[in-house]
Design a protein around this ligand. Structure first.
Ligand code: NMX
Ligand code: MLT
Length: 434
């Protein structure tokens, strides 16, 4: 299988690089940790190595060292499409090589072969009330597949440590192959009277998802989903969801257990749920002023949000210190295809006003929009108006990055992750003894 062959060809080089770093530079100090950092979510402290992606604070995400703009240009496109095929993106994330169109298609074909979702997954999802959390359904559906884990089986059959990555990759391809139908099943159960649509094997990954939620007639929605999945696939291995999945995976839990845990983190309002919160905030703003608000009205509304002790969703970031290039890519998509959409215009008006207000607070480190500031408005344009579903779209996409990080960790035999906790008393003593 194409991904296994590529990784197999490179795995010894990766291992040698890691072994050499540890042997020759094991004592090299990367950073010191301050009292402020240890009390503040270890923000900015380097705790991971992963070559899959990196968030440059001033320029944004790079996948395998390619910027979003480069990726959009260089990855192969489905025939008749302007946006890259998801299969090519997965190839690049899993291995440091830009795929040709035929390699991208090979990944897509592999997904098609493995796309059948076990029946028990649907039963688990069906056991939730229709108004249950879409993210809880997704996480539970993913978790349930742990019983089929090929890694788990291999582990219990005493397969050697150096081969763990192979069955982890196998599980990852099974999981990512099934994700579009699982995500679509949740959408149809919750919002389309459970009218399910069978996958169409003729379609590529993103278009097939669009088809399965009843949006197959609009080719532009498939284009949006190709872009959306690409933009949300990864954001280095230290954000809440990827780091959680990595941590769980470091105990040699299988990919389903790890990814389900990651999805639970993604479901928080400060992380992936912000796209739902942001769209609701934009809609409330739009309805409150009965149309696209003026700058003064946005200012009033944003200040009220802050006075109420809430955050302005879609703005700020723990690492980024610039406008998120993922936001810019989404903005360009909307400008090219529906510049007059009223919710999009509202989001653009907010973009002109909110950074200034956040700067005025004097405490927000990054006043600029992140990817969540526009996600919802774009989905809304295509009639995907159920905001409590948006994080599922994020989760569908993020499985690509998370599984790549876990496979990489297994390939280089990363050990169990177990940092150290201290007590306040210990900190006080350390400080007083200085
Ligand atoms: N609106 C209001 N206040 C904010 C915002 C915002 N958008 N962003 C940061 N702050 C506040 C933050 O709450 C903190 O206040 P306090 O000291 O009173 O606790 C202060 O500014 C300093 O925070 P930062 O160091 O700038 O940000 P931090 O790293 O703590 O948090 C986020 C990062 C992303 C959690 C934060 O910016 C936020 O809550 N943004 C809104 C939610 C959001 O858009 N999340 C999506 C992130 C991207 N994603 O997709 O996951
Ligand atoms: C993400 O895409 O994961 C978010 O921007 C959050 C992060 O990187 O911390």
């Amino acid at each position: 299988m194409i991904l296994e062959d590529r990784i197999e060809a490179n795995v010894s080089v990766w291992r040698e690089r890691v072994a050499r770093m540890i042997k020759e530079y094991g004592d090299f100090v990367i950073s010191n940790v301050t009292v402020q950092q240890i009390y503040s979510g270890i923000r900015g402290v380097p705790i991971q190595v992963s070559d899959i992606s990196f968030v440059d604070p001033d320029h944004g995400i790079r996948y395998r060292d390619y910027s979003i703009n480069e990726i959009l240009k260089l990855l192969p496109k489905a025939p008749g499409s302007k946006y890259p095929m998801v299969g090519g993106l997965y190839y690049l994330l899993m291995d440091n090589e830009l795929p040709t169109l035929s390699k991208a298609k090979e990944v897509e074909e592999e997904w098609k072969k493995r796309a059948t979702v076990p029946d028990y997954v649907f039963k688990i999802i069906d056991s939730f009330p229709d108004d249950g959390s879409a993210m809880a359904m997704l996480s539970a559906g993913v978790l349930s597949m742990s019983c089929d884990s090929k890694f788990s089986k291999a582990y219990h059959e005493s397969v050697g440590k150096n081969d763990y990555w192979k069955s982890t990759l196998d599980d990852s391809i099974d999981l990512t192959a099934r994700m579009p139908q699982i995500a679509a099943y949740i959408y149809n159960k919750k919002y389309r009277n459970n009218q399910q649509i069978d996958p169409d094997p003729k379609l590529d990954y993103a278009a097939n998802f669009a088809h399965m939620i009843g949006k197959g007639d609009d080719p532009l929605y498939s284009e949006l989903m190709r872009l959306f999945i690409l933009l949300h696939a990864d954001h280095e291995n230290a954000n809440v969801s990827a780091h959680t999945a990595h941590l769980v995976g470091s105990a040699l839990s299988d990919i389903y257990l790890s990814c389900s845990a990651g999805l639970n983190g993604l479901a928080g309002p400060l992380h992936g749920l912000a796209n739902q919160e942001c769209c609701n905030w934009l809609l409330d703003l739009y309805h409150f002023y009965q149309g696209i608000p003026s700058k003064e009205q946005i200012e009033e509304y944003a200040r009220k949000t802050l006075e109420d002790g809430k955050v302005i969703p879609g703005y700020g970031h723990a690492v980024l210190r610039c406008t998120d290039p993922r936001f810019t890519a989404e903005m360009e998509f909307a400008k090219a295809h529906f510049p007059d959409d009223e919710l999009f215009r509202t989001a653009m008006a907010v973009f002109e006003v909110v950074p200034g207000i956040l700067m005025e607070t004097g405490k927000v480190k990054n006043p600029w929009p992140n990817v969540d500031a526009l996600n919802g408005a774009l989905q809304y344009h295509f009639g995907v108006t159920e905001t409590d579903y948006y994080t599922v779209l994020f989760g569908l996409s993020r499985m690509l990055g998370i599984t790549s990080h876990v496979v990489f960790a297994r390939a280089v035999n990363k050990p169990i992750e177990r940092p150290k906790a201290l007590t306040t008393r210990m900190l006080e003593s350390m400080i007083s003894e200085q």
